[in-house]
Design a binder for this molecule. Structure first.
Ligand SMILES: [Ca+2]
Length: 315
């Protein structure tokens, strides 16, 4: 990854406000958008009409191979800002995308600006706008679907929905994941003009034989075979920016890993990479809940890749 964009400013902490971490299971700060304010009170707004000619749906995969901001053509960043309207539900781990994106604005400038409701040259990203669920597993494994349905019935301009996990993939059964996948597909059928972005669960140190990896593989297989949109949260944090793989070294969400194969984590790949590169040039400081700034940097680059793809970029 070569995130060497124009800005050489040393980032001094503008993104502090985006909480270094509210607890998983709690709800993040809501950011009501102007359109929420106007339409929330007008309950007569009908649900979106089905599109007569839905666009063809092919797999969009965002993973460790797509954390390169410099490879996204500037015109597609602009297209994302004009075409894509996103609602994102998450708790602390999922906040890494948003805290990284906030830090990116300070690092690289207003080309990457975002706010709820958008505007000229600003991406429309509504951060934690849903009522009744805080992530894909809280307060339970299905509340997010109803919360999404309720939201979309009034917020008809939203055309992308993301939900992230806290730690609930780690404890999920195969059946729990089937429920998640089925509910996502139900929403896709109900709202054909909205793209629903699937996610894997963050790393938990249990390695390639752990339940987390098996359940993430279940999600990946489903998305690959059905042409879904997948933001592969765990895959992104399994590699450093140079493509060095840590997935087979018991990595966890903090980027700790086992460097010598004795089964105990003793090193941290993100800290190592940060220490061998220039802060404010090669990477930027920002909050990164449960993790290191570099992880949130990569989550932000991947998020912009996702939004550019959803705007129509071929990747
Ligand atoms: Ca070790």
């Amino acid at each position: 990854m070569k995130p060497h964009i124009a800005g050489r400013l040393l980032f001094v902490g503008v993104c502090v406000a985006l909480a270094a971490g509210w607890a998983c299971g709690g709800s993040g700060p809501a950011s009501p958008s102007p359109s929420q304010a106007t339409t929330a009170s007008g309950s007569s707004t009908p649900p979106p009409a089905p599109s007569p000619t839905p666009a063809p749906r092919t797999l969009i995969l965002v993973d460790h191979t797509t954390v390169s901001l410099g490879r996204i053509p500037a015109e597609w960043i602009e297209q994302a800002k004009s075409q894509v309207h996103i609602a994102y539900g998450h708790t602390s781990h999922g906040s890494q995308l948003v805290s990284g994106m906030t830090g990116l604005v300070a690092f690289s400038g207003p080309a990457y600006a975002f706010r709820a409701g958008g505007g000229a040259g600003v991406l429309d990203l509504r951060d934690t706008p849903f009522s009744g669920a805080s992530d894909l597993g809280a307060p339970d494994r299905t509340a997010w679907a109803g919360a999404t349905r309720t939201y979309l019935r009034t917020q008809t301009s939203v055309n992308v929905v993301l939900w992230s996990w806290c730690g609930q993939v780690s404890s999920a059964t195969s059946s729990d994941i089937d429920t998640y996948l089925a509910k996502m597909s139900e929403l896709e059928a109900e709202f054909p003009n909205v793209r629903f972005v699937y996610m894997t669960g963050h790393l938990d140190g249990t390695g390639l034989s752990g339940n987390l990896h098996l359940r993430n593989e279940q999600i990946r297989q489903y998305c690959r075979s059905r042409g879904k949109v997948l933001y592969d949260f765990a895959d992104i944090e399994s590699y450093d920016p140079d493509g060095r793989y840590f997935g087979d070294r018991l990595p966890n969400d903090a980027c700790d890993y086992d460097s010598n194969g004795d089964g105990r984590r003793d090193s941290n790949w993100a800290v190592e990479w940060q220490n061998s590169h220039m802060r404010g040039i090669d990477w930027f400081d920002c909050p990164s809940a449960h993790s290191q700034p570099l992880n949130a940097n990569m989550k932000a680059y991947a998020a912009w890749w996702l939004f550019a793809r959803l705007a129509g970029w071929g990747g």
